[in-house]
Design a binder for this molecule. Structure first.
Ligand SMILES: [Zn+2]
Length: 214
């Protein structure tokens, strides 16, 4: 089991598999593995199922995000800020230089949502919808909205994304529950060259078998 990826079911942090002598001791004692972040111990089998389930959900999201940003125009600074409309130009606005950076950031923001989905809470939700130019159906950015499941739906995040500069992105994060996660206009969006752009929802995907235990 020690060569398989492991993940903590509590905080969704990767756990380094025991190696060398500690791997041998772990095997003999059938010991649990400990998360270095939250300190919880887990059986390696459960930690492996958690890792597999998490990667299933994150993989679906990654493919969709990559496809969705392909629809967006590259904006200069002022138009990008106009799309995001941040209340304060503070720490919640970020410039990402590459798609990889954007992906790493979104995976941190929505980690609790992927964790809950991996644990089988199917009320946890994440959507990717177009962010239209005001008064038109032309998509200028993306709106990612996610909330946790299992009676923690109030844990919610909205992340707005625009393409900024030749390869980069600009993002604006707000936390808290949104009563209107999907504006009506988001369902009628097109790219600059007229390709229709659809809303994506994690609820449209089937869970892996088996789901992680909780
Ligand atoms: Zn943990």
């Amino acid at each position: 089991m020690s060569d398989k990826p492991l993940m903590c079911p509590t905080c969704a942090t990767h756990i380094d598999a025991p190696h060398g002598l500690s791997a041998l001791v772990s095997k003999i004692q059938r010991a649990h593995v400990r998360c270095h972040k939250c300190g919880r111990t887990t059986h390696p089998k459960d930690a492996h199922i958690m890792s597999t389930s998490y990667q299933h959900w994150f993989g679906q999201f990654r493919l969709q995000l990559e496809a969705a940003v392909g629809y967006l125009p590259h904006l200069e600074l002022n138009p990008a800020v106009e799309v995001l409309k941040p209340k304060h130009f503070d720490d919640d606005v970020h410039h990402m230089h590459t798609f990889r950076e954007l992906l790493d950031y979104t995976s941190e923001v929505f980690r609790p949502v992927f964790r809950d989905r991996a644990l089988g809470y199917d009320d946890a939700e994440l959507t990717i919808s177009p962010l239209n130019r005001e008064g038109s159906n032309v998509a200028m950015g993306l709106r990612l909205y996610g909330h946790c499941g299992h009676n923690h739906e109030q844990d919610a995040w909205t992340l707005l994304i625009t393409r900024y500069g030749p390869r980069g992105f600009m993002t604006y994060l707000t936390t808290g529950h949104s009563k209107h996660p999907l504006p009506e206009s988001a369902t009628k969006s097109v790219s600059l060259d007229g390709k229709p752009m659809h809303v994506w929802s994690m609820k449209d995907h089937k869970p892996p078998v088996p789901a992680a235990t909780h």
